[in-house]
Design a protein around this ligand. Structure first.
Ligand SMILES: Cc1cc2nc3c(=O)[nH]c(=O)nc-3n(C[C@H](O)[C@H](O)[C@H](O)COP(=O)(O)OP(=O)(O)OC[C@H]3O[C@@H](n4cnc5c(N)ncnc54)[C@H](O)[C@@H]3O)c2cc1C
Ligand SMILES: N[C@H](Cc1c[nH]c2cc(Cl)ccc12)C(=O)O
Length: 522
């Protein structure tokens, strides 16, 4: 059996992996994290999927235990600004579409268009974002417990993982990634993860080309059965030592750099929008992530269209006086995936395995999915090749699927006002996407017509993006023309009423977290 796991790298990927493996195997497997004192982790990656709650639940952690430690807030949606035209915005919420007489409410919206805002007519979450509301009442209850959220069919027993997800949870989190790594370091080491603060200087291979050990500068050799490469884009083990090639996605996703700022703000006076904002720019987009005690922001851009200096200037102007004196973090991004994330006895997790640019916040989802799949495909002494191949196929398809969804964001954005945005319409599309877009012009995306393998996104996400981005003409299903639309019209009015009722009764996100942080509520 596998007895010793060595995790190289102590960023988000390294500590999430180590804690998850320890929570899974306990005393039966030793887990060591070796982390450089000299090479910082990337320091960005602050927004998540809603499904990350399974990770915290797996570790037995509740929100009040970890959120205040990580400056964490709620994320109910992504607010897309200026992707269609200046001044326009729409939301991609964590909310499934309701179904009326067999058709999603978004399809009915195309038919009836009761207003020019599909998001406010079809979802309740946009109103909560506009009003800076918390998704939880002060007593901790979540704003809505609709039947489709309560779960149906065969529920998992005990701790659940991504693949048992049957419901759409209404929010995700924002957090400070450096604080999360610190929190997980404490969590992991208290539960028996060994922590070595040192540089790995060499990766030693045996005669078969498998990793026998890694050499460290001050702690000698670290031996293991299984090595997890969490060294970020260096890919010290998987790419450099084992020579596994990297497959670039840059032909379809040209953004290759980012510049980030950590801006201190006074949330009490300013309030905290409970969503990530993605604001389109001349050569990319700017993220705004409200944490409890600061804002994380950054410009993701393509260096073929704008220089790092211009990007930083644009970002500082966008943020305003609060950015004065704040140091900028310039980042070169490696967009794409390692061909096989698992080679011999080494598994790359995190940026070493792949990254598809920050839009839609998929990096931590990839990490969570990779660890869960590794446990499901855990090797024994036979190191079965089929198990490895199954894992590699799953990871490759997931990353390729997310690539497709993100390419759609640029292609379907109506914006075409400069060379950057014009080029988004003529760049080659990944295999299969062009055909799918043709189908979606006739019929909104459904489970039969989106990328067919698991990649985290459901048809409603594709529908929200196509309706919001506005660059691909859409039409309602023909059948709706001959059906009675009264129930659908009522549902859209009910959604508006429900949203109004919620914002009137929910506390603001700031109030909620100020309440959670009171000494007595711990
Ligand atoms: C601009 C940007 C924005 C992003 N936004 C999001 C987001 O909103 N949501 C999201 O989910 N993801 C996001 N991501 C992705 C996210 O940041 C990463 O997925 C996540 O931080 C994981 O990084 P990592 O741990 O793989 O690598 P890193 O953070 O780079 O960590 C690498 C670790 O390896 C160690 N190391 C390297 N070499 C050695 C050595 N020789 N010896 C010992 N240790 C070594 C380092 O010390 C470090 O601890 C974003 C990424 C970028 C670039
Ligand atoms: N699995 C989903 C992924 C997802 C669904 N809706 C959204 C909305 C936004 Cl803004 C990001 C990701 C997703 C989940 O995390 O619930």
């Amino acid at each position: 059996m596998i007895k010793n796991i060595v995790v190289v790298g102590g960023g988000t990927a390294g500590w999430m992996s180590a804690c998850y493996l320890k929570a899974t195997f306990g005393e039966n497997v030793s887990v060591t994290v070796v982390e450089s004192k000299n090479i910082p982790s990337i320091g960005v990656g602050e927004a998540t999927f809603s499904t990350v709650r399974h990770f915290f639940q797996y570790l037995g952690l509740q929100e009040h235990e970890w959120m205040p430690e990580c400056s964490a807030t709620y994320k109910l949606a992504i607010r897309f600004e200026n992707w269609r035209e200046p001044g326009h915005h729409f939301y991609h919420p964590f909310e499934r579409t309701r179904v009326v007489d067999g058709f999603p409410i978004t399809d009915w919206w195309l038919k009836q268009r009761p207003s020019d805002r599909f998001d406010d007519d079809c979802f309740v979450i946009p109103a909560l974002c506009e009003q800076l509301s918390s998704p939880r009442h002060l007593d901790g209850n979540i704003f809505e417990q609709r039947e489709d959220r309560a779960g149906s069919g065969s529920e998992a027993v005990g701790r659940s993982t991504l693949t048992e997800q049957q419901t759409q949870f209404p929010y995700a989190y924002h957090f400070d990634t450096v604080l999360l790594a610190k929190f997980l370091t404490k969590y992991g080491t208290e539960r028996g993860v060994a922590h070595v603060l040192d540089d790995v200087t060499r990766v030693a291979l045996d005669e078969r080309g498998w990793i026998s050990h890694v050499d460290t500068a001050e702690h000698g050799e670290l031996h293991g059965d299984l090595f997890i490469d969490c060294t970020g884009w260096r890919g010290l083990l998987i790419n450099q030592a084992l020579g596994e090639p990297f497959i670039s996605y840059q032909d379809s996703l040209p953004n290759d750099r980012a510049v980030a700022l950590r801006v201190p703000v006074e949330a009490a006076t300013r309030g905290m929008r409970p969503c990530t904002t993605a604001t389109a720019q001349d050569a990319g987009w700017i993220w705004t992530i409200p944490l409890f005690d600061r804002i994380g922001t950054g410009y993701v851009y393509a260096s073929d269209y704008i220089s790092p200096e211009e990007a930083e200037k644009t970002l500082r102007e966008f943020v305003g006086p609060e950015a004065e004196g704040v140091e900028a973090n310039h980042i070169k991004m490696r967009i794409g995936r390692t061909r096989n994330a698992w080679v011999n006895n080494c598994v790359g997790i995190g940026l070493s395995a792949g990254f598809v640019e920050p839009l839609e916040s998929t990096g931590i989802f990839f990490i969570q999915n990779a660890i869960e799949q590794l446990v499901k495909h855990f090797p024994d002494a036979t190191w079965n090749e089929g198990v490895r191949a199954s894992y590699n196929g799953h990871m490759a398809r997931m990353l390729d699927g997310v690539r497709e969804f993100l390419v759609l964001h640029y292609y379907a954005a109506a914006r075409q006002d400069n060379r950057y945005w014009k080029d988004t319409k003529t760049r080659p599309l990944p295999d299969g996407l062009a055909e799918r877009i043709e189908q979606w012009r006739i019929k909104l995306p459904d489970s039969e017509s989106i990328y067919p393998w698991y990649h985290g996104f459901e048809p409603y996400s594709y529908q929200a993006m196509l309706l919001g981005l506005g660059g691909v003409p859409l039409r309602s299903s023909a059948a709706l023309g001959s059906m009675d639309g009264a129930a659908a019209g009522k549902t859209m009015r009910d959604i508006r009423d429900e949203a109004r009722g919620l914002v009137a009764t929910l506390p603001s996100q700031y109030e909620y977290f100020a309440h959670m942080r009171r000494p007595s509520s711990a």
